[in-house]
Write a protein that binds this ligand. Structure first.
Ligand code: NI
Length: 172
């Protein structure tokens, strides 16, 4: 079990399209477990491998509210095979965009195909909060952050603040 450092924007790895995983092996299973430890520690409800500096198509999520109802989801090479016409708006945040939140509009439900931690092909119909989380995490695999879905004015303001915070952390 390891808690990994989380990259924050702006960072070139967060803007890079992640590679497909060819084989779900112990290396990927360890990565997914470390990502879950990192996510629970943060705390957060989703994490994508590029956020821990691994540019591969792996995401983990858990929308359970308490430690007792933990239901971790581990996905390798996830793909959206269907999305509803109906949209939903959620106020999103991101462990790589600390302290900033914004409304984002996305399809209300999506059907996702993925490989689980054993390499087996799975399908899930994600609705409500899980639909938002899985789309947000899958965006990370294509180098997209939630702030890329909002106005450039607001995005640039947030990025300037994050850059300033990074510089201050380096100088102190
Ligand atoms: Ni995120």
């Amino acid at each position: 079990m390891s808690v990994l450092p989380i990259l924050t924007a702006p960072d070139p790895i967060l803007k890079t399209k992640a590679k497909r995983v060819e084989l779900v092996d112990d290396r990927i299973r360890t990565l997914m477990n470390d990502m879950l430890d990192t996510m629970y520690d943060a705390p957060g409800i989703g994490l994508a491998a590029p956020q821990v500096a691994v540019s591969e198509r792996v995401i983990v999520m858990d929308i359970g509210r308490t430690e007792e109802d933990r239901e971790p989801l581990r996905m390798v090479n996830p793909e959206i095979v269907w999305a509803s016409d109906e949209d939903n708006t959620y106020e999103e945040g991101c462990l790589s965009v600390p302290s900033h939140y914004s409304d984002v509009v996305r399809p209300k439900s999506v059907k996702v195909h993925y490989l689980d931690e054993t390499g087996a092909a799975k399908e899930v119909l994600a609705e409500g909060l899980l639909a938002t989380v899985v789309q947000h995490e899958m965006d990370h695999l294509d180098g997209i952050l939630f702030i890329d879905h909002i106005s450039s004015l607001k995005r640039n303001m947030i990025l300037r603040k994050l850059l300033k915070a990074k510089k201050e952390a380096l100088e102190s």
